[in-house]
Design a protein around this ligand. Structure first.
Ligand code: 2AM
Length: 174
């Protein structure tokens, strides 16, 4: 039987923004209910691939490893809510042109390997709370958090009883 891996490409926060996001998640629990994501799991997904067969793994690893070095920052100034999956998230009021461009570039490269880009618009977000009962009362994230990123990661999501465990399979230089 072919083995499948649940994969996505993501950016991981630098230490300072990770701490700030974790503190923000903790502070929102009393207001929104739900459970904060473990700080080490916080990330922004650039491309979600879902279940991918073993045979396609090498090409993805190579894509990640050969991705040009990144250097950028993302300013998070907004809180949002996805009611169906019951997620409270942090993101930005104005779409970040750098992240949108990176998302497009990545999907163009993935399309060359036979992956189909999603039809839904890209809404970069960092999930802060799962199983949230309500959105945050205010839509702004104050003070804003500036996230510095320097590499792209290909990550496998491994289901575990307490929530997914993320395992980085490959990353770009940075
Ligand atoms: P989430 O943070 O909003 O849950 C691993 O599951 C990562 O891929 C998470 O960042 C998750 O987003 C995202 N993800 C899961 N299912 C997805 C889907 N169908 N489309 C886009 N992203 C998805």
């Amino acid at each position: 039987m072919t083995q499948h891996h649940r994969l996505f490409f993501a950016l991981w926060p630098d230490e300072t923004s990770r701490r700030a996001l974790a503190a923000q998640a903790q502070a929102l629990v009393s207001e929104c209910g739900g459970h904060p994501l473990p700080a080490g799991n916080m990330h922004v997904t650039l491309a979600f691939l879902g279940n991918v067969g073993e045979a396609r793994l090498d090409a993805l690893v190579s894509l990640a490893q050969n991705w040009p070095p990144l250097g950028g920052q993302w300013r998070l100034d907004r809180l949002g809510h996805f009611p169906k999956p019951r997620i409270v998230w942090a993101g930005s009021r104005m779409p970040s042109p750098e992240l949108v461009a990176l998302n497009s570039r990545l999907w163009r490269a993935l399309a060359n390997h036979g992956f189909t880009p999603p039809s839904r618009e890209f809404t970069p977000h960092v999930s802060l709370l799962r199983q949230a009962e309500r959105p945050a009362a205010q839509a702004s994230l104050t003070p804003p958090i500036t996230w510095h990123y320097d590499h792209l990661a290909l990550v496998e999501s491994l289901p575990e009883a307490g929530g997914p465990r993320y395992h980085t399979l490959a990353r770009s230089a940075g």
